[in-house]
Design a protein around this ligand. Sequence first.
Ligand code: FES
Length: 97
Amino acid sequence: MIVCHCNVLTVEDIQGAVDELLAEMPLRVITPGLVYRRLGTRGRCCGCFPLAIDVINAHIEKRLAGDDLAERRQQIVEQQRAYRDSMQQRRRIAANA
Ligand code: FES
């Protein structure tokens, strides 16, 4: 499934980049910008970022089982959800302005 139509990035592309980033930086907050840079591109319209965050979070949560860093990664997932929510709120405010 394509997540980002501007850059033609699939769920598998994003999951692969998340795996690489977690291998290098296990406790870092993984943002769409970070993932897209890893994939050699960047956000253009950024309309895919909320979905990309959901894909990133789902993939991280899937990896949590049996992980000794599980608690810290769960905190990171919650931070990413808060980031997504604030982004969506800013878009709503901008749309209504
Ligand atoms: S759809 Fe991903 S940057 Fe536009």
